[in-house]
Unconditional design. Structure first.
Ligand code: BGC
Length: 831
């Protein structure tokens, strides 16, 4: 097959195909509604559709359906706006005001900007006071929409128009709240922004409408009018002001970023050390009814604990809620988690940690449901990176009594019972890995005893004592003895006639090395136009063995191609549903769309932790909490992969800011890595087995993720048992190997266990001449058995991972079908 024949065969998407599976659109709308968070409501919502409502703010027309960059750049076949959708539902929207906004917006189209310069907000239309008061004479209720967007390479900033309101928005807010009986404010944003103004302005209801994809406007209209309930619960804490976030003093560093708040991220910090600085707590969100959650028991066996409870709808409307289960900390009441207090643990621990959650079914008014929520006891464990418990580098459950709380947010809970541990339990003893570089020590947050409970203390972060060079040399993989040429194909492997090892033994070193590079460009001619890149069977010799090119596409909110594709609710919207089964259903339909469009690997889900509200890509990610992140990602991966195509969770790990993301060094303790930043990935890997994973651009404790042996080989593959393929984020940084002078660039990458450079093959480093990256071959020396050079076993290991992935995807099926079709055609031609 020539390259163009492959392209011809594999290009299934055409620019004209606008068809969207109606089941996917329906579920996307339900998810967008279920992810909408009602933060406060004095009864103004739901709107009565027969009562006039005046809608203010240009975002009602210029709606933000998604954020910017690779995670947002989807050719949606359609989008929906709030104004159109309210009218579509028959809401009594004030026609005069609506016409004014439509006219003005048509004349002031939002600017289309270059990559990384996208608008964070759209300038607001100024209205005369007389217009507002005249409108208020026609309607008692106003809805005011405020919109924000950020994205890849586009951080939020502490400026009006990003984290803060603009002067025009403030003026409009004052005009509307001053004239209307009730003002409902909708914030349509992918990020948490400052919300302190809402209470000051006396708004009647405040709604967070995350970018909800193509059905987002329609979903919100249905929520506002009560067709659907606002089902969302916060997956992040909203602080009273930005300065209250524990990451605030450290976020945004250009060269490096000390994760000094350590495990005290989000509610783990706020609930333990600064409860008064919280505006809306983690897990908070209202529905249109009230559901009482009453714990009825707690039991456990040696592996799991089960909370039982009764959920009763005590309100007037049908509705559901999220049941959240948190562990408390042993210690003196009032001084949770203070090391050194009587009965307190040795390790400083957040006062609350989420250990499980579920959703009730929809309950009719007065109806009740008995529920059980089971969680593994190891969710009570902490990671000891200092040896304070006597078990360095182990997950341990310290002795003591652990209260288990159940409720509707981290604050709104009742105790379900207590779990007693008489002795310390070592859940898992690991080897030290990925600790901070002793050359860059820093102080990390801990708990110190205070008069009224714990206060912030600081302690030196434990730094690395590992001889990484020796670790790598001790674990070099055994080579598979080359057998020279033979005719084994990937089909032979897939059908059990040969093993992957047989195939690898027949490949030349050049062919093996080829497998570790993607196609040199994005938009590979081997795949559907607009793809993100290809890997696998990129050269004729490999394709002759039935190894197909594997086509990747972005991303978390939809398939990014030069073709129409469904635009789904963003990651934060999906997570705010707290409904992994719903996410899995959506992802399965999305996987089916991948097959129709010609995508083998979706570069999703985005799994980085919401460490700070200013991170531009937070909309793609799920939460400040790793359990929410891990369970949502696992559901998405399972759904996508149920169709035979592959997911690619990203970015492993600590891509928590966009500022200098490709050079920045995330300096973070081994404990915070295990408990916060890696934990979601671990859950996803161990419960959903993604076929690929993408490393991040940034460094972690001094080494880029794509060169990071401890991250990829010691932890991901060794500790978690990952057997899939690992790829870089797009165009890794080039650098000499710090430990092996004969190696650099892709040789270091392959040694670390990162299988494929994406898109691949080319050196983009300004300090080096542009050209083909041949570091794998130039780093290989068949005569050298010392390990100073790349070994055959390492190059083969990479090839095995790539081939295993290729064999397991739809690409193989598609290539097979293609061959069958060709054979048929040839037969017909002969006849
Ligand atoms: C992003 C990835 C994305 C890739 C391909 C990179 O810039 O960080 O998330 O998948 O580009 O578009």
């Amino acid at each position: 097959m020539t390259t163009s024949e492959v392209a011809q065969a594999l290009t299934t998407a055409t620019g004209e195909d606008r068809w969207v599976d109606p089941r996917l659109a329906e579920l996307a709308r339900r998810a967008a509604a279920r992810g909408t968070v009602l933060l406060s409501n004095d009864g103004a919502l739901p709107l009565a559709t027969d009562q006039p409502v005046a809608v203010f703010g240009r975002v009602q027309v210029d709606w933000f359906s998604v954020g910017y960059g690779s995670g947002g750049d989807v050719n949606a076949p359609y989008t929906t706006t709030l104004l159109d959708s309210l009218e579509e539902l028959g809401a009594a929207v004030d026609p005069e005001l609506a016409a004014t906004y439509r006219r003005w917006c048509a004349a002031q189209e939002p600017p289309v900007e270059e990559w990384g310069n996208w608008p964070r907000f759209y300038p607001e239309m100024e209205l005369d006071d007389a217009v507002v008061t005249a409108t208020a004479a026609r309607a008692a209720t106003a809805v005011l929409v405020i919109g924000r967007a950020a994205g890849e390479d586009r951080e939020n900033v502490l400026e009006p128009g990003s984290y803060y309101l603009t002067a025009a928005e403030r003026r409009l807010l004052a005009q509307v709240t001053g004239s209307f009986e009730r003002t409902v404010v909708v914030v349509n944003s992918g990020n948490v922004m400052d919300l302190s103004w809402a209470a000051e302005a006396g708004v009647s209801a405040l709604v967070l409408a995350w970018p909800g994809g193509m059905e987002g406007g329609r979903a919100l209209a249905q929520v506002l009018t009560g067709v659907l309930e606002p089902g969302g619960r916060l997956t992040d804490t909203i602080a009273r002001s930005y300065e209250h976030y524990p990451s605030a003093p450290f976020f945004g560093g250009k060269e490096f970023n000390n994760y000094a708040e350590d495990v005290f991220v989000g509610y783990r910090y706020f609930e333990t050390l600064a409860p008064d600085t919280v505006l809306y707590p983690f897990g908070h969100g209202l529905g249109y009814t009230t559901i009482d959650l009453e714990p009825t028991g707690l039991r456990h066996d040696t592996e799991t604990a089960t909370v039982s409870l009764r959920a009763t709808n005590t309100g007037q409307r049908p509705g559901s809620t999220v049941v959240q289960v948190y562990r408390g900390t042993p210690g003196t009441p009032g001084t949770p988690g203070t090391p050194g207090t009587p009965g307190g643990p040795v390790l400083p621990r957040p006062a609350r940690e989420l250990v499980a959650f579920t959703r009730t079914t929809e309950l009719a008014p007065g109806a009740a449901e008995d529920l059980e929520v089971t969680f593994p006891l190891d969710r009570l464990a902490s990671f000891d990176d200092s040896g304070a418990t006597g078990h360095k580098d182990a997950w341990v459950i310290e002795p003591g009594t652990y209260p288990v709380h159940v409720g509707a947010s981290v604050r709104d809970t009742a105790e379900a019972g207590r779990l007693e541990f008489a002795d310390l339990v070592v859940v898992e003893q690991l080897a030290e890995a990925l600790a901070p570089d002793p050359a860059h020590p820093f102080e990390r947050m801990t708990l110190a005893p205070g008069a009224d409970g714990p206060v912030v203390g600081w302690e030196p972060v434990p730094t690395s004592t590992v001889d990484l060079r020796a670790r790598i040399l001790d674990h070099l993989p055994e080579p598979i003895t080359p057998t020279g040429t033979g005719g084994t194909t990937l089909d032979d492997v897939a059908e059990g006639r040969a093993t992957l090892e047989d195939l690898v033994a027949q490949l030349s070193v050049d062919e093996l090395a080829e497998l570790s590079y993607g196609h040199v460009e994005m938009n590979s001619p081997l795949g559907a136009p607009g793809n993100a890149g290809a890997f696998g069977g990129l050269i004729e010799q490999l394709r002759a063995r039935g190894i197909p090119p594997v086509i990747t596409t972005d991303g978390p909110s939809g398939i990014r191609l030069s073709a129409w594709a469904s635009l789904l609710p963003c990651g934060t919207a999906l997570a705010s549903t707290w409904d992994p089964p719903l996410l899995e259903q959506i992802a399965a339909l999305h996987g089916a769309e991948m097959i129709r469009k010609g995508s083998d690997v979706l570069l999703a889900p985005g799994m980085n932790i919401h460490r700070d509200p200013l991170c531009g890509r937070n909309f793609e990610y799920y939460s400040e909490d790793p359990l929410v992140t891990g369970l949502c990602a696992a559901a998405v991966v399972r759904g996508i992969q149920s169709q035979g195509v592959a997911a690619c969770p990203k970015h492993l790990a600590c891509n928590n800011q966009e500022t200098e993301r490709i050079y920045n060094d995330s300096r973070v303790s081994a404990r915070a890595l295990r408990e916060i930043y890696l934990r979601g990935f671990r859950i996803c890997v161990q419960t959903a087995a993604p076929r690929t994973i993408m490393t991040s651009y940034n460094k972690i404790n001094g080494q880029w993720a794509h060169y990071n042996y401890d991250l990829v080989t010691t932890i991901l593959r060794g500790e978690w048992g990952y057997t899939g393929m690992v790829m870089t984020d797009w165009w890794m940084r080039y650098a000499p190997d710090p430990l092996f002078p004969a190696l650099r660039d892709s040789a270091t990458r392959v040694r670390a266990g990162v299988d494929v450079l994406m898109p691949g093959g080319r050196t983009w480093d300004s300090t080096r001449a542009e050209g083909h990256d041949d570091a794998v071959l130039s780093g290989y020396d068949p005569q050298d058995t010392s390990g100073e050079h790349l070994t055959l076993g390492e190059i083969q290991r990479t090839a095995l991972n790539v081939l295993r992935m290729a064999a397991s995807t739809r690409a193989l099926h598609r290539a097979r079908q293609q061959a069958e079709r060709q054979a048929e055609r040839a037969e017909q031609a002969e006849r």
